[in-house]
Design a protein around this ligand. Structure first.
Ligand SMILES: C[S@@+](CC[C@H](N)C(=O)[O-])C[C@H]1O[C@@H](n2cnc3c(N)ncnc32)[C@H](O)[C@@H]1O
Length: 222
């Protein structure tokens, strides 16, 4: 199997099942035109997050890592009219593009975008009494996943779901001696999640138009 086949299969099901609309396509185009890296979730993954939010009847979502708000749009669309996504982004240019993409998609009223380093905005959110969140999507720099996961545990409701993206990294996660801070971040996270009694977790490896990677999914059980 080759990456070309993974992409072709993503495209096949994308047309039949996922069905990105004009606003989602425009968000990707505008992000690329503004020079943002093409590292948003794939359409199939965006729809997966959307369905997951609906499956748990989510009303409040926290996203760490906005980029151009592609995944944010999928998540916001899963929420009822009074539902909210809080999304955290450190890069002002990414935030600016996101605000335009969210407005074009008609979901700006459901999204609270916080500019700043997530490890600074997370304590602020907690201080404001935001949460508990039904769904938390961790998708910023991978070196800090363990710290984001610790915050997610504080901010998620019992029965809530925490999804952490990019935990397989083409299998590089297996390299215990890796000098890559992102790999070490994922490995520290996996060890932490495995020890943590408050969650029950698994990892789904996936392939597709975005290559070979995976999601960790944790259910908050106590
Ligand atoms: C993989 S992208 C997010 C993709 C987005 N969730 C999507 O699928 O459409 C990661 C984003 O996290 C942001 N980021 C990186 N480090 C961060 C930090 N310390 N705090 C907040 N955001 C950060 C990056 O600027 C980038 O926009």
């Amino acid at each position: 199997m080759t990456p070309e086949i993974w992409t072709a299969v993503d495209d096949y099901f994308g047309g039949l099942l996922v069905k990105e609309d004009a606003a989602l396509l425009a968000a990707v185009e505008a992000s690329a035109a503004a020079g943002l890296p093409p590292i948003q979730v794939s359409p199939a993954q965006g729809k997966f997050l959307h369905l997951l939010a609906r499956m748990i009847s989510a009303r409040s979502v926290l996203e760490i890592g906005t980029l151009g708000a592609y995944s944010t749009i999928w998540l916001a669309r899963a929420l009822p009219e009074d539902g909210r996504v809080v999304t955290l982004e450190v890069n002002p240019k990414h935030a600016e593009v996101s605000l335009r993409n969210l407005a074009r998609a008609g979901v700006a009223n459901k999204v609270d975008l916080r500019l700043g380093k997530a490890l600074e905005t997370l304590p602020q959110l907690a201080g404001e009494g935001r949460g508990p969140f039904d769904l938390i999507f961790i998708d910023a720099n991978k070196s800090d996943i363990p710290e984001y996961f610790a915050w997610a545990l504080k901010l998620a409701r019992l029965g809530g779901v925490i999804v952490s993206d990019n935990v397989v990294r083409k299998g590089a996660v297996l390299d215990a001696n890796s000098g890559d801070a992102d790999i070490q971040g994922v490995r520290r996270f996996a060890e932490m999640a495995g020890r943590e009694k408050r969650v029950s977790s698994t990892v789904l490896q996936n392939v597709g138009g975005k290559g070979y990677d995976g999601f960790a999914i944790s259910l908050v059980v106590e």
